[in-house]
Design a protein around this ligand. Structure first.
Ligand code: NDP
Length: 290
């Protein structure tokens, strides 16, 4: 049966999380540093706590979604006395190290800890494409799974609190690589070319969708160390990449979003990997250079 949940932090994301819980029939108590942001949720049936401590005291599960870990500590330090025996689920973006330190801090105050990475924008929360990654106390996740599933798919990644933020940041890395490429590509086709909308819909999305099909094979080569003959060898790619930089400069488009990949290709060729494929770049990122 729907349980009591406290939501601390009513920015764009915290408000969406609280809204999803209300829609699912949970009894929701909310707190925000700036109280006015609680008004729309109060109108939908949420109880409003005047302090973070009173919010924590109102429910066995507290979901925290603030700007960053510094703001979480600032909000929770004065409220720590109310944490004992409760579950703290911190869905604020942070690093694995921050998550582990927060888990230790919560344990010192008697709370079970879950860290989370939200793989959705606020308007996606509760919809089909939304998922949230969790890691930390397994019993806490199981006990509150129903509440977590109101946000979207709830994925548990194991007891290390750092696992969810690590996966979250890795997914964001992939996203920003794609978005950086998208921004550069639309700048490069420029004023004389098709509109950004036309280029994106008719050229870029089909191209990227096709290229996406290559990722599992590259991943397999990274996992196995298998190096079949390259269909698109790195020496060829390094030579072509120079043109992409030159054309950008000629168009007056800054190259800082795309230049590092060219440097990595050049390094791979200089190290004798010119006949390799993209998987041959993997350990250049992970091995110390020298
Ligand atoms: P907003 O900027 O909309 O809200 C920030 C929230 O943090 C507000 O509730 C704000 O309170 C609070 N806050 C900031 N500093 C402090 C402080 N020192 N003490 C107490 N409260 C503080 O951000 P979002 O809601 O969009 O993001 C929240 C978290 O969710 C972030 O970690 C973000 O990375 C993550 N996230 C966001 C996504 C998005 O698309 N929006 C997607 C996935 C994750 P106040 O109202 O008083 O300023």
């Amino acid at each position: 049966s729907p349980a009591a949940v406290a939501v601390l932090g009513l920015g764009a994301m915290g408000s969406a999380l609280a809204g999803a819980l209300l829609d699912a029939g949970h009894r929701v108590t909310v707190w925000n540093r700036t109280p006015a942001r609680a008004e729309p949720l109060a109108a939908r049936g949420a109880a409003v706590a005047p302090t973070a401590e009173q919010a924590l005291a109102a429910a066995p599960l507290a979901i925290v979604c603030l700007l960053d870990y510094a703001s979480v500590r600032e909000a929770l330090d004065p409220a720590a006395g109310a944490l004992a025996g409760r579950v703290l689920a911190n869905l604020t973006n942070g690093t694995p190290e921050q998550a582990r330190a927060m888990a230790d801090w919560a344990a010192r105050h008697g709370a079970a800890y879950l860290d989370g990475g939200i793989m959705a924008t606020p308007s996606m929360i509760g919809g089909h494409a939304s998922s949230v990654l969790y890691s930390g106390a397994p019993e806490a996740f199981e006990a509150h799974r129903a509440a977590f599933e109101t946000f979207g798919e709830a994925v548990f990644l194991g007891p290390d609190p750092g696992a969810a933020p690590l996966n979250d940041l890795a997914l964001l890395t992939g996203m920003y690589g794609m978005l950086g490429g998208f921004l550069h590509a639309t700048a490069l086709v420029g004023a004389d070319g098709p509109s950004a909308s036309e280029f994106t819909a008719e050229r870029l999305i089909p191209w990227l969708s096709g290229m996406m099909q290559d990722l599992p094979e590259i991943a397999r080569q990274i996992d196995t160390g298998d190096t079949p003959p390259a269909e698109s060898n790195l020496a060829m790619q390094a030579a072509g990449y120079v043109n992409l930089i030159r054309a950008s400069q000629a168009q007056g488009v800054r190259t800082d979003l795309i230049a590092p990949m060219g440097e990595l290709l050049r390094e791979a060729v200089a190290r004798g990997r010119g006949d390799g494929d993209l998987a041959a770049l993997h350990d250049l990122l992970t091995a110390p250079t020298g």
